[in-house]
Design a protein around this ligand. Sequence first.
Ligand code: CMP
Length: 143
Amino acid sequence: MEKTFLMVKPDGVQRELIGEIVSRFEKKGFQLIGAKLMQISNELAEEHYGEHKERPFFGELVDFITSGPVFAMVWQGENVIATARQMMGATNPKDAAPGTIRGDFGVTVGKNVIHGSDSPESAKREIGLFFKKEELIEYSKLI
Ligand code: CMP
């Protein structure tokens, strides 16, 4: 079953949106198989956002993601990577459709509430960066 890495960013945690965001993915029918509230180190932030190293906003990005706790999650389900991206909406909240997480709650492109893996390769990489194998719980849904 496909897995993706999703993370409520420091702005989403401080604005008490964890429950709202978890609820959206639960109601959609995806399965939560790992989650933790954590403070990201500079080292982990630089590794996670490595592909943006040359961008002018890289420093800002690392400063923001390390500025307070994040809620890191692994979700499982059919087509969960692309569907979660649709549910998150466009990266820049000003372009994100109403009804999407960023469309409903995002403020700026930096403070855009949530991060989600954009491909199977990045999902695998990001899950491995944030979670140990034993922190992911595979279980069958009873209903
Ligand atoms: P995310 O999905 O976490 O992946 C990379 C992040 O870079 C993106 O969300 C945005 O929050 C951030 N980002 C993209 N463009 C800019 C920008 N121009 N200034 C600041 N942050 C940006």
